[in-house]
Each structure stands twice: as C-alpha cells, then as structure tokens.
Design a protein around this ligand. Structure first.
Ligand code: COI
Length: 393
C-alpha cells in the first residue's frame, strides 16, 4: 500500500522555468528536461520525497484493470484570467473540488471548452506527451469561437507538462495504459445577462486510463442515428466545446441500451453524409482509398485523425477528406474510429435503418497497422520521424 503524503498535498507554486519552443529536438523528439519535478520536490517537505521508497514510484492502482473511468490523482493545475484577457501565472495544486459562483458563465450558458491528450511512460522512466501544441492551438481556435481568452501555446504546453510530472506516479507502467490529461477552459466569472463571463479559468486534471470502450480492443458496433444530430452548419461541431457533448447523451444512451458501442451521426441538412461518432472521428477504407469526412465546421478536427491521415499517406494510401454518403460506408471493406481517448478502434459493424453491415477486422487490417504505428510512436517504440512526441522528465 502506498502512503500518500499529506505534507505534499498543499499548494505547490508554479514550476515553470523554461520554454518548449526554445528547446532542441533530439531524434524527432522534444526533450524537455525541466526543473519541474525537482522544484516540486523542493516545495514539499524534504523528508517526504527523499525517503520515498521504490514502491512510491507508482500509485496504488490495479494497472491490469484500468478502463476509462475517473481516478483522481494528486494534483491539478489552475490558472485564472481576468477581463483584461491575460492569464496570470498558474499553479499546480492539490486535486479537489473548485468553487464556482452559481451564476458562472459556464454553468448558465455553457461557456466552456475541453481538451484531451495522453502521457505515456517510457521504459527509462521519462514521460512522452503526444502533440500537445496541437491541443493548445485547438483550444485557442475554440476559445475564439466561444468568446473566451485562451492561454498561449507556451502556457498551455507548460501547464500540461507540469500536471503530468506532478502526477507521474499515476502514469501507468509501460504497456498498461496512459495518463489522460484533461485541460478545461471556462467562463468562471458571474454573469446574468447573456454575455461572455467576466473571468475565465484554465484548469487541468488527469486520470490514468486504458481502453475507452468497454469492448476493450474488440471491434465496435456503431448505430447510425436518424433522429438526433450532433452538429449543424454554422454551429460549434468543429470545436471542442462542452456544449457538443451533453446533447448526444440521449442518442448514445439509447444506442448503448440496445447493445451498440457508439452512435454515428449524419449531416443535419440532408441526413445523407457521415459526420462523426459521439466521441471520435470516422474513417472508411475501400481498396487503396481511405476516406474521412472533411472538417468544414461540423466535424471535430481530431489530432489523432490528423496523425492517421499523415501516417496513411506515408504508407501509400490515397487519403480523401470529403463528404461520404452513407451508401459508400455500406460498401466499405474496413471502417475505424480515431480519437485521443479511442486511439484507433476497428468497427466490426454499422447498423442503419435496421440493416447491419459488417466490415473486415483483425490482425491483417489497415486499421491494426495504423494503430500499431501510431501507438508505437506515442509510446516511444517507433522512431518519431514526424516530431510529434515531446519527452519530459
Ligand atoms: C478525447 O478523445 O479525448 C475526447 O475528448 C472524447 C471524449 C468524449 C472522451
């Protein structure tokens, strides 16, 4: 049993002291040797960490039975921004509930965004973050749409790094999963009339995770939704606002109660073209052509989606970002979903208007090949020729 130190569960000052952008790249990997961990140690009672035993390197977790449930970790990160639009210096602080005004913009009008990214533990003990700059940029784009100021790319990446390092003992052993890092940006200030909040909070928490779906790595069964839409033209489907997610719960719960893994949505105008699933993007393969819906405002610009497009093109697939009629899906050889939480998940069947179509799955599929390459890069097993991985320790 690991004893969690109370002495360390007090507010720890911000730990940043260098910038990601000024750091050299080694072998396609951002090597970020920061003072964060040592500053954290200094900020705590010296006896606590200096007497740390071997077993304290890991939290007391059953690593073989991780799913995608919330497991609170030691620390979170918090940074506030007042009306002048500038985020003050953030802080790593003990994980816990936050206080919000009942009239906070996020509670009343849904002024909020979230992000998701993962840290993997390498055999040498350092941590690997996957494309955190992309999350920072996506949050900026979303913040603009939701009338919120956003942290700079440097502030965002630095905060993610600090959160991951502070919670290092919660990062699963190599091969057992990852630390899912969840940055939030919200209108935290009080407001009654409909307007942007007068204060904003950037917050990051984390949880160790393994596979997203209860199916584990088994193929998914998707249900094409005809009644409910996920996004509409001119709406917010293309950004990661919190308001894109609660509205799909009805369709998702209904599909799950009928035994499906997730819902696949159609465009809200013609109900003809594929959009995405509740929690991930979709790809359709036939022959050498790999198609995925184009990101024209209603489709989330997934970072895994973008990475899979690049890897697939390098492997020689003809990747097409365009409208995909549901009839084309019915003719596909393979279908798979991509997302940070989902990674690359094979789809075994899609049900549309009571018709169930099956697709190729298993070890010989393009989906498996792409999964192996992506995860190999993320875990540091495959050379990262793209410069996507940031090593932190
Ligand atoms: C992610 O893949 O990180 C997401 O944000 C999807 C979420 C529904 C878990």
């Amino acid at each position: 049993m690991v004893s969690r130190s109370l002495a360390c569960r007090r507010v720890v000052p911000s730990l940043r002291n260098s910038s990601w952008s000024s750091l050299p790249k080694f072998g396609g990997c951002w090597r970020y040797t920061s003072q964060a961990a040592s500053s954290l140690l200094q900020a705590c009672e010296p006896s606590v960490y200096s007497t740390r035993k071997e077993e304290d390197e890991y939290a007391d977790v059953d690593w073989d039975n991780l799913g995608f449930g919330l497991m609170p970790t030691d620390y979170m990160y918090q940074m506030k921004c007042a009306q002048n639009g500038t985020f003050e210096r953030g802080q790593v602080r003990p994980y816990g509930n936050i206080e919000l005004s009942p009239s906070a913009g996020v509670l009343n009008y849904g002024q909020g965004l979230f992000e998701g990214l993962k840290a993997y533990r390498k055999e040498n003990g350092s941590l690997l973050l996957f494309r955190p700059v992309q999350n920072a940029i996506r949050m900026k784009v979303g913040a603009d749409r939701m009338c919120m100021p956003a942290p700079s790319v440097e502030q965002f990446v630095d905060a993610v790094r600090e959160t991951a390092l502070a919670n290092k003992r919660w990062v699963p052993p190599p091969g057992k999963g990852s630390l899912y890092i969840r940055p939030l940006l919200m209108g935290s200030g009080p407001i009654l009339g409909l307007a942007p909040a007068p204060e904003f909070t950037f917050l990051i928490y984390a949880s160790p995770v393994s596979t997203y779906f209860k199916e584990g790595t088994a193929p998914l069964s998707l249900y094409i939704e005809n009644e409910f839409d996920r996004a509409s033209r001119g709406g917010t489907g293309g950004i990661k606002t919190i308001t894109n997610y609660a509205p799909v719960l009805k369709a998702l719960s209904r599909a799950k109660s009928r035994g499906f893994s997730d819902v696949l949505y159609l465009d809200s105008v013609d109900k003809k073209n594929l959009e995405e699933a509740s929690s991930c993007n979709i790809f359709v393969l036939k022959g050498n052509v790999l198609a995925t819906p184009a990101t024209k405002g209603t489709i989330l610009s997934g970072i895994t989606r973008k990475s899979i497009i690049e890897i697939s093109r390098d492997l020689g697939y003809q990747v097409e970002e365009r409208a995909i009629p549901v009839e084309e899906l019915m003719e596909a050889e393979e279908v798979f979903c991509t997302g940070t939480a989902v990674v690359v998940a094979s789809v075994g069947s899609v049900t549309y208007k009571d018709k169930r179509i099956e697709f190729g799955t298993g070890a010989q599929t393009a989906c498996r090949r792409l999964y192996d390459i992506l995860v190999g890069i993320q875990m540091g097993h495959i050379k990262d020729k793209y410069g996507w991985v940031m090593e932190i320790n």
